[in-house]
Design a binder for this molecule. Structure first.
Ligand code: PMT
Length: 412
């Protein structure tokens, strides 16, 4: 389901110190399953060689020298027509000006003129060059013609200036490319709310009760929904993982905060997937000052937290939303039986049961072994998979349920 898989991407590299980042981008795109053909401008070859790109992509990297080779009359047309996407990263002020003008004086410019695929430009230059009215006008024109402009970012520049001009990091560009290819996915136009991480229930200003959830499974679910073109609200307790590009993050701590955030996000959402490990109980009293050890071991009284899923499931008939609600069950024994009870009690469409006592499944690891139990009585036992693969399986099921739900005629 990774939307970059099998895509042909033409990477244009122009003369900037950020060329070293372009090699990383080429490598990341290749690892994501794309076929990457690179074109370097003459200025780019002053910073980096075609061999670097050939080594990381396993494919030819072209320069202006190839323009006059034996393929000369068709090379730029062939490259342009085969491409699913043209990415120019870094894109210098000079290249942006040439693209805006429609120059045809280099292999990259010729190819860009001939290409009809979408294009993504990642500018990189010194701060003053970026803010110059000419560069701004060129960027505006290119955006009006449909180019997606990513960055530049604020930060330290080669000149020593701290200003806006740094090329966006390759991982973030990869996220934008992923989003571009996901636009026509099965969840386009749908809003999916995903929760991730373990809630933190404060005891005093410095301590809290929590659990081992890292957020990995929830983030994988969010990415899988984005890969299908969904608009994703990611309600999370962690800042340790990078937000998947395109997701709207909402940071919360406690179960009560998560309930508020979920209720708000679900007003306009078709799907809710709760991968978060929500504390069932919280300390009944939160001390206003740090609890001192001199006063002896405290007795902590707990009080129940609201059940977020059950609350949402109860409200569902009133609001007609979300159409599909998915829960997880973290179990250490009687996996299927316990998950079945939660499925029914919480009014879910299906539940993802995982045995969190297994060393290769559940909390914090990169793999999971889950069983999907449906409200329709279906039971699907999945083998050990990466959390990404588990997330893809969950989303496939969500798409089917959503299609069924929206295909049903409304009762008068
Ligand atoms: O984050 P990772 O390190 O990747 O680990 C992934 C995971 C183990 C946390 C994940 O796969 C998982 O199992 N998440 C659910 C954990 C959990 O809280 O399970 P539960 O059986 O206690 O709760 C059942 C369901 O009710 C869950 O969807 C939970 O989000 C929800 N819940 C629980 C309590 C509560 N007060 N409100 C809820 O909505």
């Amino acid at each position: 389901m990774n939307p970059i898989q099998g895509k042909r991407i033409l990477l244009g590299v122009t003369g900037s110190i950020a060329c070293y980042k372009a090699a990383d981008l080429a490598s990341k795109l290749t690892q994501a399953g794309a076929q990457v053909d690179t074109i370097l401008t003459k200025a780019a070859t002053q910073f980096i060689t075609p061999l670097t790109f050939q080594a990381v992509t396993g494919r030819r990297a072209y320069t202006d020298g190839d323009l006059w080779g034996h393929d000369a009359h068709v090379l730029h047309i062939g490259l342009a027509h085969q491409a699913d996407l043209l990415v120019i990263a870094p894109a210098t002020a000079n290249t942006l000006a040439q693209l805006a003008q429609g120059s045809a004086d280099s292999l990259l410019n010729l190819t860009a003129l001939a290409a009809t695929c979408p294009r993504l430009l990642a500018p990189a230059m010194d701060g003053g060059m970026y803010t110059h009215p000419a560069t701004q006008a060129n960027l505006q024109l290119l955006a009006e013609r449909g180019a997606r402009i990513v960055g530049p970012e604020e930060g330290h520049l080669a000149s020593g200036l701290v200003a806006r001009g740094r090329m966006t990091e390759p991982l973030a560009i990869l996220g934008h490319i992923r989003q571009l290819f996901a636009q026509s996915g099965a969840l386009r136009g749908r809003r999916v709310v995903v929760t991730a991480g373990g809630t933190r229930e404060p005891l005093d200003p410095v301590r809290f009760l929590s659990n081992h959830s890292s957020g990995k499974q929830g983030y994988a679910v969010a990415q899988a929904a984005l890969d299908l073109g969904a608009e994703v609200v990611l309600i999370t307790t962690t800042t340790a993982l990078p937000t998947p590009s395109g997701a709207q993050p909402v940071l919360v701590n406690t179960a009560a905060e998560m309930l508020d955030a979920v209720q708000q996000a679900c007003q306009a959402a078709e799907v809710l997937i709760m991968a978060a490990a929500v504390a069932d109980f919280r300390p009944a009293q939160v001390a206003t000052q740090k609890i001192k050890k001199q006063t002896g071991a405290p007795t902590i009284e707990l009080t129940p937290n609201p059940d977020i899923l059950a609350t949402l499931a109860q409200q569902r008939p009133l609001h007609d939303r979300p159409l599909v609600v998915v829960g997880f069950a973290a179990e250490t024994e009687n996996l299927a039986t316990n998950a079945q009870v939660k499925l029914q009690k919480k009014g879910l469409d299906f539940i993802v049961a995982n045995d969190v006592s297994a060393p290769d499944a559940g909390f914090a690891v990169d793999t999971n072994r889950v069983t999907l139990l449906g409200a329709d009585g279906t039971v699907e036992i999945l083998p050990l998979l990466s959390k990404t693969e588990v997330a893809e399986q969950i989303l496939q099921r969500v798409v089917k349920l959503l299609n069924n739900a929206t295909a049903k005629p409304k009762l008068p």
